[in-house]
Design a protein around this ligand. Structure first.
Ligand SMILES: [Zn+2]
Length: 394
């Protein structure tokens, strides 16, 4: 015992002990008709909600290192079990100390189970009661993902928040098929929960397409099984926006008040504002990082296309009101030049600005909710965008 004590007191061990002690916890600080404010506590740190999570499917938020993510105050990174399972392989990551150590990111990680990727990226997907068989989109090799395997993979990666394996259907799908998908998703969710061995928070995914009665059935069945949080899947897949928000509002109204709600894969700036207003706590989307790589930059007036010739001699920053590293140091003219010359720095600087815009937007949303002026904030948000539509960014 005497030999053990001094060892436990080292700084590194303190981190290990802290992670063993801290369980996942969601704390709802405030809820009004305009939205919710809260926080998530995970073994790798805390995150404030409403929360935007940048996507790092392959264990990297494209073009940035964890150092920039920390400087941008990113709180949670999303990684994808499907991609990492195929390459480099989950055993490789596990043997190298888990995904946090592998990618050098100290903060919380949420992993998606792979359901969505299997159904959207793979050819020859065979849905069976025991799981889903698919051919890798990389090399055509055959794999079977069961709900148990999906949990095992995510636990081996060491994620803080993991997702149940779900069935994702294309839109439109007949109601009968959607009902079958909901039933299978429910059975898989139950089996996945039974297979959980570690302490990662496990979220169930509500499916049901645009059918409100099926969304209710899915949400109620998942709540009966009991999860640490609930996600809304299968949205923004081609249905009308009006239907999307109807489903989000309806489903959020069914879910437990004291647990987090995560709207998967939806994240235009408008989506964040409208999702929060309907009771969503967590978002992820590839948009800020993907648009950065196509030269589309987010501003309060809408998206700016840096490729446009009008910026060739423009000395202003992307957004004079933005205090990100890119806007503090570089002109639109220089950013356009970098992009046209395909310089790698373009992707880095554009990504910094776009992620900064998203994270700042979430901070402003949180503050507006805390100060009971979200509707006012929302009106101003749309007013600036309407202005941008006629005038172009200043
Ligand atoms: Zn900026």
């Amino acid at each position: 015992m005497l030999n053990v004590l001094p060892k436990l007191c080292s700084f590194k061990d303190f981190g290990v002990i802290y992670r063993l002690m801290v369980q996942f916890r969601f704390c709802l600080e405030k809820e009004t008709a305009e939205g919710r404010v809260g926080s998530l506590e995970t073994p790798h740190g805390k995150a404030l909600t409403p929360l935007f999570m940048p996507v790092g499917s392959h264990g990297s938020v494209k073009a940035l290192s964890p150092r920039e993510l920390e400087e941008l105050c990113v709180e949670v990174v999303l990684a994808n079990a499907y991609h990492l399972y195929l390459r480099p392989g989950v055993e490789v990551i596990r043997d190298l100390g888990g995904l946090h150590a592998f990618m050098g990111w100290k903060g919380p990680i949420l992993t998606d189970s792979g359901g969505y990727q299997i159904f959207s990226l793979c050819k020859l997907v065979r849905l069976m009661p025991e799981g889903v068989e698919f051919r890798s989109h990389l090399d055509g090799s055959l794999h079977l993902f069961t709900p148990e395997r999906a949990i095992e993979v995510q636990e081996a990666l060491g994620a803080d928040i993991i997702m149940s394996l779900d069935v994702c259907l294309p839109y439109p799908s007949e109601k009968g098929r959607v009902q079958e998908a909901v039933e299978l998703t429910t059975r898989w969710a139950r089996r996945g929960k039974g297979a959980r061995k570690g302490k990662a928070a496990l979220f169930g995914i509500v499916q049901g397409g645009v059918f409100l009665d099926l969304r209710r059935k899915s949400a109620e069945a998942l709540m009966e099984i009991g999860f640490d949080g609930y996600a809304l899947g299968g949205l923004s897949v081609g249905e009308e926006k009006r239907q999307t928000w109807e489903v989000v509002e309806f489903t959020c109204g069914l879910l437990p008040q004291d647990q987090p709600r995560y709207l998967m894969g939806m994240g235009t700036p408008e989506d964040l504002v409208e999702g929060v207003r309907r009771g969503v706590d967590m978002f992820d989307c590839v948009l800020p990082t993907r648009c950065a790589r196509t030269g589309e930059l987010f501003t309060p007036w809408g998206k700016m296309n840096i490729k446009n010739a009008r910026y060739a001699r423009d000395p202003d920053p992307i957004d004079p009101g933005c205090d990100c590293y890119t806007c503090r140091h570089f002109s639109r003219a220089y950013l356009r030049h970098l992009f046209m010359a395909r310089e790698l720095l373009a992707y880095y600087l554009n990504t910094i600005h776009n992620l900064h815009y998203y994270l700042k937007l979430m901070r402003e949303i949180r503050r507006a909710l805390q100060e009971d002026r979200f509707e006012e904030f929302r009106r101003e948000f749309y007013r600036l965008r309407e202005e941008g539509a006629t005038e172009v960014a200043p």
